[in-house]
Design a protein around this ligand. Structure first.
Ligand code: ATR
Length: 301
């Protein structure tokens, strides 16, 4: 599709940005649906984030993605926030919306070639839900009555723990290098969801899902993010690692050797993008096309 005067634009803003696979994923999706849309990537310093968002709004961009280090900063820069962005205190997707003659706010593509007079930014968070969708679809997880072991209680670990606690699971075990952070997180979950059994430390017996939300595995020299003396990987039926670069972390290698079902974090990148695509275009995201584009971009497959 040639870029012309009716092309609609989206982009990801981050710093650094050059390794972003989002342009490949979204442009493949636009092409698959025959949309005259284009997705770019811009390196933006945090000091210029507000100007960049306002600039995209003035240019009538359809939307933006925000990545490190902008997600929390952008919360205070949105005209309105979707409840998920408010709950997580982070925005990874912005949709620009115009006001129609009846006062309703609609995605800009719905105005066709007309220009709405007033446009606002709406901040969403599609990251949290993507964790659950990735584990559900890539590992065929049945959450009912599941026992789950989560490693990590940093930013990603907290979101994962709180989303996991909303599923119909039976037990959640939390392990983190800094035990006090896991204990604080367990208290937060108990307050929000008193019915769920949340425990600190490794479980005895098997779990249905082991999820890694630590950063261990990102670097080549990293070891396993869990103590195999206390919890051998073979005691997990399925293993999900939030890391997707490298494709096979030491944890996933161990899972493969033990014959567990396994998935890396590519699905999280895919499903957060699929949700953003649907918010902007109003069309169902072609996830198979988007996954293939991510794999080609990241792994050269
Ligand atoms: P993110 O936003 O990616 O979650 P983070 O908030 O810095 O990043 O969290 C990193 C997670 O990886 C934490 O759970 C951290 O453990 P601590 O809370 O004890 O810091 C974990 N982590 C990082 N390096 C680790 C290491 N060498 N061994 C064990 N856990 C590690």
């Amino acid at each position: 599709m040639p870029i012309n005067a009716t092309t609609r634009f989206c982009a990801v803003l981050g710093q650094p940005i050059k390794h972003s696979a989002s342009p490949a994923m979204h442009n493949a999706a636009f092409a698959a649906l025959g949309l005259n849309w284009c997705y770019g990537a811009f390196e933006v310093h945090p000091d210029h984030l507000r100007a960049a968002i306002e600039g995209a709004k003035a240019l009538r961009y359809a939307g933006l993605n925000l990545t490190v280090p902008h997600k929390m900063l952008a919360v205070g820069m949105m005209d309105v926030l979707d409840p998920a962005a408010e709950v997580w205190g982070a925005v990874n997707t912005v949709r620009f919306e115009g006001r129609d003659g009846s006062g309703n706010w609609l995605p800009l593509h719905q105005f066709g070639e007309a220009q709405p007079e007033s446009v606002r930014s709406c901040g969403f968070n599609t990251d949290a839900e993507a964790i659950i969708r990735a584990a559900s679809e890539d590992l065929a997880m049945d959450w009912r009555g599941a026992r789950v072991l989560l490693l990590g209680a940093g930013g990603a670990g907290r979101v994962a723990a709180l989303k996991l606690s909303e599923q119909p699971i039976a037990e959640l075990f939390l392990v983190n290098r800094t035990g006090s952070k896991a204990a604080g997180l367990a208290d937060e979950i108990r307050r929000r969801n008193p019915g769920l059994k949340v425990e600190l430390g490794y479980p005895s017996g098997d779990v249905d899902l082991l999820m890694n939300a630590t950063s261990l595995g990102l670097n080549e020299a990293d070891g396993l993010p869990l103590d195999e003396g206390r919890f051998p990987v073979r005691q997990a039926r399925a293993v999900f690692d939030m890391i997707y670069r490298p494709a096979l972390t030491p944890l996933l290698q161990a899972a493969q050797a033990a014959g567990c079902r396994k998935a890396n974090g590519l699905g999280m990148l895919l499903y957060q993008g699929a949700a953003a695509f649907e918010l902007w275009t109003g069309q169902i995201a072609p996830v198979a096309v988007m996954r293939a584009a991510l794999e080609a971009n990241i792994y050269g497959l």
